[in-house]
Design a protein around this ligand. Structure first.
Ligand code: SF4
Length: 68
């Protein structure tokens, strides 16, 4: 899963790069769909301000494993 932090500028780069259209325009910052996400992480790589954090399921919890 991803989380988008408050450093997001709303540039839309992540929306444009997502191959499965899991990110959609939304006031404040893009919304993300777990159903559509293919875990390509293109959004994490392209974000110019490192606003997208990537998390993996560890046991019963999500653990942050990286930002760009
Ligand atoms: S690429 Fe980063 S700064 Fe741009 S809209 Fe997506 S999360 Fe926000």
């Amino acid at each position: 899963m991803i989380t988008i932090t408050d450093t997001c500028t709303g540039c839309g780069a992540c929306i444009a790069t997502c191959p499965t259209h899991a990110l959609k325009p939304h006031p404040g910052h893009p919304s993300w769909s777990a159903v559509l996400c293919g875990a390509h992480r293109d959004c994490v790589e392209i974000c110019p301000v490192g606003a997208i954090d990537w998390h993996h399921m560890v046991g019963r919890d999500f653990k942050k494993v990286g930002t760009r």
